[in-house]
Design a protein around this ligand. Structure first.
Ligand code: F42
Length: 145
């Protein structure tokens, strides 16, 4: 069984511990914003370790949008490399955990629609889009398998 390696950021690791440890009944929002989050579990593409990543909860149909905003940093979050290498993830939304497959969405109109849905939930994504020097913030959709 591959080992779980927590994220190095305390606030993120602590949210994962609370969210997962409570079976999805606590720690389900971004800090004190009240905005709901999901957690997806993927496999590290270099270590093969279990990695858990909280993201904003952006539901579209029966899928979820995964936005690689990384706080507007100049580089993509490394979880992007994980799901490009292995698109099979588990996604926790509150008390429900679902096996999902992730696909990256490059083209409009689909990409524009997913971005619009994401910004409607978390307008800060637009600030990250302005802040980052990256040409594009990667956008994925996780869909039930
Ligand atoms: N991040 C977002 O990008 N978008 C969001 O909507 C978002 C919402 C959110 C809500 C709550 C919360 O607590 C955090 C939230 N975050 C959001 C932050 C998110 O959880 C991540 O912290 C952030 O996206 C950065 O992701 P990251 O994968 O770059 O994380 C780094 C810090 C990390 O964990 N690095 C590890 C390390 O040891 O430095 C390595 C992780 C890893 O996956 N390693 C791979 C492996 O093989 O194990 C290799 C990866 C590679 O280099 O190819």
């Amino acid at each position: 069984m591959p080992e779980y390696i927590p994220q190095p950021f305390d606030w993120v690791r602590e949210q994962v511990e609370l969210y997962e440890g409570s079976g999805g009944t606590e720690g389900t929002t971004l800090l004190d914003t009240g905005i709901p989050c999901i957690i997806f579990t993927c496999v590290g593409n270099k270590t093969g370790a279990i990695r858990k990543v909280p993201l904003m909860r952006v539901r579209v149909g029966d899928g979820y949008v995964l936005v690689g905003s990384n706080g507007g940093a100049k580089h993509d979050p490394v979880w992007v490399h994980n799901i490009r290498a292995n698109p099979d993830v588990e996604l926790r939304d509150g008390t429900t955990v679902t096996k999902m497959r992730v696909r990256e969405v490059h083209e409009d109109p689909e990409r524009a629609e997913l971005w619009k849905a994401s910004v409607a939930i978390f307008p800060t994504y637009n600030e990250y889009k302005e802040k980052t020097t990256r040409a594009k913030i990667p956008v994925f959709i996780a869909e039930p398998v």
